[in-house]
Write a protein that binds this ligand. Structure first.
Ligand SMILES: *Cc1c(COP(=O)(O)O)cnc(C)c1O
Length: 373
């Protein structure tokens, strides 16, 4: 059997176990403790731009709490990028609100500023001003930050910046995660760094961070007994897992460099094929290249490549299926232009782990070249 090549496996740096061991030795086996505090500090130092971080049990939980902090509630509408993973949209429904889906533009594959404004105007004409906007830096490529935030400011609508795939990416020198009223990171097993499972909510001030932590730890009022004036959640990160996060933050820069190297390698070896194209970084954008994506001429070619790789024990994956095409969201209002649907049909994510070796990359490129011959 040929060696399995995964799409995006975990890649430990070396110090993670020491921090986990520290948690055991000090008996901080709880959803709080020194590892959580240190992990939060290292995230804040890395992201910069005055970001405050609250570590949570998942990125999905961070989006849920973020929406709640922005006042989203039953009957509200929230605009959401359609071309994304379902976790960007699901939490909107947890609060009894409805996602309104907006399609992508070609330069970054993220939310189209033109359609976004059209959607806001349309919903306002229906007497439903959107309560928030969920914009996503998909595959690590920053969305059109200036345009999207100018529109949001103009209509006074807060933005949740879903940066789950974009830790280490930046736009005009500022790090992704620091642009939204609320930013979201994920440390799931396949992300650029991982705590096996976990996430973080980023915000602009300490008060909002404290509110997030309050809601994430069962919303307990300040009293000697257990008293509650709010509905709370159990969303805080475990101090054991935060130990993994501390170790991973020490190698984040290397992980970004390795993923960007994967992209360069694929581009160099595959863009000579007339049938394969890549997405470039627009001026001012720096992508962590979480996953390298290629576009093929058709659904058939995409599937041929995917199955040819699969036969050789190599995992690849179609691009995200847009939310407006998902059975669970098919009745939702959406503003579409065909772009995300086309990307889904023709696009494939190639193995992109930071631990890939040149031999692996070479093997993958060889199979693709052979298939397209
Ligand atoms: C992974 C991911 C999430 C969810 O993060 P989890 O930590 O897995 O809950 C949200 N949005 C996007 C775009 C993601 O890729």
């Amino acid at each position: 059997m040929l060696k399995k090549i995964w799409l995006s496996p975990p890649h430990m740096g070396g110090n993670e176990e020491a921090y986990v061991k520290e948690a055991f030795e000090t008996n901080w086996i709880a959803p709080l403790g020194p590892n959580v505090q240190q992990f939060e500090k290292s995230i804040e130092d890395f992201v910069g731009n005055n970001a405050h971080a609250a570590c949570l049990s998942s990125g999905t939980g961070a989006i849920h709490l973020g929406l709640e902090l922005l006042g989203v509630s039953k009957g509200d509408e929230v605009i959401c990028q359609s071309f994304t993973f379902s976790a960007s949209a699901n939490p909107i429904t947890y609060l009894g609100a409805s996602p309104i889906f907006v399609d992508s533009e070609e330069d970054t594959w993220n939310i189209s500023p033109i359609l976004l404004e059209e959607a806001i105007k349309d919903r306002m004409a229906h007497g439903k001003k959107p309560k928030a906007i969920v914009a996503v830096h998909l595959y690590g490529m920053p969305y059109k930050v200036d345009e999207v935030h100018a529109i949001a400011r103009n209509y006074d609508i807060p933005v949740i910046e879903d940066s789950a795939e974009a830790l280490g990416s930046s736009y005009r020198g500022f790090n992704c995660g620091s642009f939204g009223d609320i930013g979201v990171l994920s440390f799931n097993g396949n992300k650029i760094i991982t705590t096996s499972g976990g996430g973080a909510l980023l915000c602009k001030d300490q008060t909002t961070k404290e509110k997030a932590v309050f809601l994430a730890t069962q919303a307990r009022d300040n009293a000697p007994h257990y008293q509650h004036s709010h509905i709370g959640y159990n969303y805080r990160m475990s101090n054991v897992l935060a130990g993994i996060g501390r170790g991973q933050m020490e190698v984040l820069k290397d992980r970004v460099a390795a993923r960007r190297h994967n992209f360069q390698y694929y581009k160099e070896h595959l863009s000579t094929l007339p049938d394969i194209t890549f997405i470039n970084e627009p001026e001012g954008s720096y992508s962590n290249r979480w996953l390298t994506c290629i576009l093929t001429p058709s659904f058939e070619v995409r599937e041929n490549l995917r199955t040819a790789l699969d036969k050789k024990n190599i995992e690849s994956r179609p691009l995200w299926k847009p939310m407006h095409l998902q059975p669970v969201f098919e009745k939702n209002v959406s503003f579409v232009n065909g772009i995300s649907e086309d990307l889904f049909e023709r696009g494939l994510c190639l193995p992109s782990g930071s631990s890939l070796e040149i031999d692996d990359l070479d093997r993958i490129c060889g199979i693709i070249k052979n298939e397209l011959k």
